[in-house]
Design a binder for this molecule. Structure first.
Ligand code: KG4
Ligand code: ZN
Length: 366
């Protein structure tokens, strides 16, 4: 069934070649595709001499579908990406008033193989039809560059190296030392669940919708973060690794032993749980910045949208803190385009014949 969609989609693109023909344009543009999880996102950026400018971005979210299952179902995600990707590509080209781009970038890992394959096949088709280079982008590298996303009138933020980055999403929780663009060292990571995954699982236990971060954060605003002393796993482990699976289990047992008697008690569970995660992540981040003499600190990934977390990080980190601009913390194609722009500069390019998806692509190998 899934193969059928990809074949259909290749045929569709090839038979619509005339619509995608280039009519001439002097400015260099890059089209980026992100489909590694549950968002089909496509962005176009303009590559200027000194900076990259976001021209437009469109995202088709699958959240309403995966909500029913309490998490992302890879097979469904792949099919939905295949349905959405052509309309989203057409929509961004139309909004940017372009018939083609000069480069095509695509997330090729890490992520769900079903989604990565759809994005990569689309990118390969476009690169072939337009006869332009492909740029293969690591999803986490994209999140790191999300802090730079800026449209025409915005000031883009610059990373000061060495930098320490905390990437916290539904799939990853990693502390990364950035020596330069593309020169990264993994200094710590979760040994089990990602922090966002923990939010999602606790939300499911509480009967909230997927993704669980936003409803828990909303309830936590009205709760007491000191009400329940949930564990802070590995907070004093002496390294930069983390663990969140035990915290989720602690919440589960707490709720079994103390079923909430009021909305206030649910709010207290949410606030106490959120505080436990924030404490662990903040403590690791402070130590990483100190030990690695970081000149700046990046907080990226879906969980970085959490307001309490942003505030606590801002209060405790002594070097400039760079956050993704509003709307670019969760998965998006603009961040993939910004990471790709550095690869274009360094001529790290592919052709449609030699690009591959890798669901386990490590950030240290970009
Ligand atoms: O980066 P992202 O969009 O996708 C992945 O690469 O995983 O992150 C999604 C994750 C989900 O686990 C979601 O629950 C979490 O980010 N999230 C939040 C908040 N908004 C999204 N977690 C805590 N607080 C939030 N406000
Ligand atoms: Zn992500």
């Amino acid at each position: 069934m899934f193969v059928y969609y990809i074949d259909f989609f290749s045929i569709f693109l090839l038979t619509n070649i005339s619509k995608l023909r280039y009519y001439g344009c002097t400015m260099k543009h890059l089209l980026a595709i992100e489909s590694s999880c549950d968002d089909t996102s496509v962005a176009i950026v303009r590559l200027e001499k000194e900076r990259t400018v976001l021209v437009c971005q469109k995202t088709a979210s699958q959240i309403d579908i995966h909500k029913q299952y309490g998490g992302v179902i890879p097979e469904i995600a792949g099919r939905k990406h295949a349905e959405k990707i052509l309309p989203v590509i057409s929509a961004v080209l139309e909004e940017a008033n372009l018939k083609k781009a000069d480069y095509v970038a695509v997330t090729t890992g890490p992520g769900l193989m079903t989604g990565l394959l759809v994005g990569m096949e689309a990118a390969k088709n476009l690169a072939y039809l337009w006869q332009v280079p492909l740029v293969s982008v690591n999803h986490i590298d994209g999140h790191l560059h999300s802090i730079e996303v800026a449209s025409k009138d915005d000031q883009s933020q610059q990373i000061q190296f060495p930098a320490v980055a905390l990437t916290v999403s539904g799939g990853h929780t990693q502390l990364v030392l950035l020596k330069d663009h593309g020169d990264y060292e993994l200094i710590g990571q979760t040994r089990d669940d990602a922090a966002g995954e923990c939010f999602d699982k606790v939300a499911k236990i509480l009967g909230f919708d997927y993704p669980g971060g936003p409803p828990i954060a909303a309830r936590a605003e009205h709760g007491d973060p000191k009400a329940i002393p949930f564990p802070r796993p590995m907070i004093n482990s002496g390294n930069f690794d983390m663990s969140f699976a035990g915290l989720k289990t602690a919440v589960l047992y707490h709720l079994k032993d103390n079923p909430p008697q009021s909305e206030q008690e649910v709010n207290d569970v949410c606030a106490s749980f959120q505080q436990a995660i924030v404490d662990v992540l903040t403590s690791k981040a402070i130590k990483a910045v100190q030990e690695h003499h970081a000149a700046s600190f990046l907080l990226v990934g879906g969980v970085s949208a959490n307001k309490t977390f942003r505030r606590v990080i801002d209060e405790h980190i002594t070097v400039p803190v760079l956050l993704s601009p509003k709307g670019f913390a969760m998965d998006n194609a603009a961040m993939i385009a910004y990471a790709a722009a550095y690869k274009v500069q360094k001529e790290k390019l592919h052709t449609w014949q030699n690009i591959q998806a890798n669901p386990h692509w490590a950030i240290t190998d970009v």
